[in-house]
Design a protein around this ligand. Structure first.
Ligand SMILES: [Ca+2]
Ligand SMILES: [Ca+2]
Length: 264
């Protein structure tokens, strides 16, 4: 910005070209006041706003934001079914950084541990936004948050929490139960990498479920678990519980139980 300008004789105006120096601070829009004064004249001034071009965070919402240019919540989803999201680069004041173009990393977390999300990167942003379809593929999750991170700066953002339901094929279900001598064998459908626990109880009148097998890691598809030499006639109830990564029960709602009886 020049400290002074010369107004030629007979002219009523002149042009100046201030240079805005790019910084790396995430300080948002800055207001600049330009003042002109000369002896014998009243002072004049104007204000201009210098926009920030530094990423502060990402706003992540449903893909509908593409149409309305506003953030909308991601609703509940189903595992293996793609859904549309928007990732928008923002300055500290939540203005969209229309010059932001680079692709960023995508991932997701949940209360039940690792969420398998694809793709793991966005494509290039256009006018500060990326719209695309993503898929969670490893079954039931609660409080899923999609996370976008610009790896070079570590800045990122996450979506609202939402629920992902298991697809029909991934729903925890006991497929078969049988007794061989005193061994109880249960077969259930599993999702690769998820953790399960086998529990048993003698009656369903409120007795505490006993942990039979504390941790099973899903191999994908049907899995058989054996409770060796534990069958006590005339009947027992079994259930399979989906666990969080730390081994705690996922939820009382995510389990399936089966009654096993002797036949006489
Ligand atoms: Ca900058
Ligand atoms: Ca800046």
């Amino acid at each position: 910005m020049p400290a002074s300008v010369v107004l030629l004789a007979g002219r009523t105006f002149t042009n100046i070209s201030p240079t805005v120096i790019d910084d790396a601070e995430t300080d948002g829009p800055q207001t600049v006041t330009i003042t002109a004064s000369a002896p014998g004249f009243a002072q004049g001034s104007t204000t201009v706003t210098v926009l920030d071009n530094d990423l502060h965070h990402f706003a992540i919402g449903s893909g509908d934001a593409q149409v309305f240019e506003q953030r909308t919540l991601i609703l509940n989803q189903t595992s293996t079914v793609p859904f549309a999201i928007s990732v928008v680069a923002k300055d500290i004041a939540s203005n969209t950084l229309i010059g932001f173009t680079q692709a960023v990393a995508l991932s997701a977390v949940s209360d039940l541990g690792l969420v398998v999300l694809s793709p793991t990167n966005t494509g290039m942003f256009q006018r500060g936004s990326w719209f695309g379809r993503v898929t969670v593929s490893n079954g039931d999750h609660m409080n899923v948050r999609i996370i976008a991170v610009e790896t070079s700066s570590g800045r990122g953002g996450q979506s609202n929490p939402f629920r992902v339901y298991a697809s029909l094929a991934q729903q925890l279900r006991i497929l078969g139960a049988g007794i061989e001598r005193s061994d109880v064998r249960l077969t259930f459908n599993s999702v690769t990498g998820r953790h399960y626990r086998l529990e048993a109880v003698l009656d369903l009148t409120g007795a505490t479920w006993n942990v039979v097998v504390p941790k099973l890691t899903g191999l994908g598809g049907a899995m058989t678990v054996t409770n060796a030499s534990r069958f006590s006639p005339p009947r027992q109830f079994y259930r399979v519980v989906l666990l969080a990564l730390d081994g705690s029960p996922a939820t009382s709602g995510i389990h399936r139980k089966k009654q096993v009886r002797t036949h006489h």
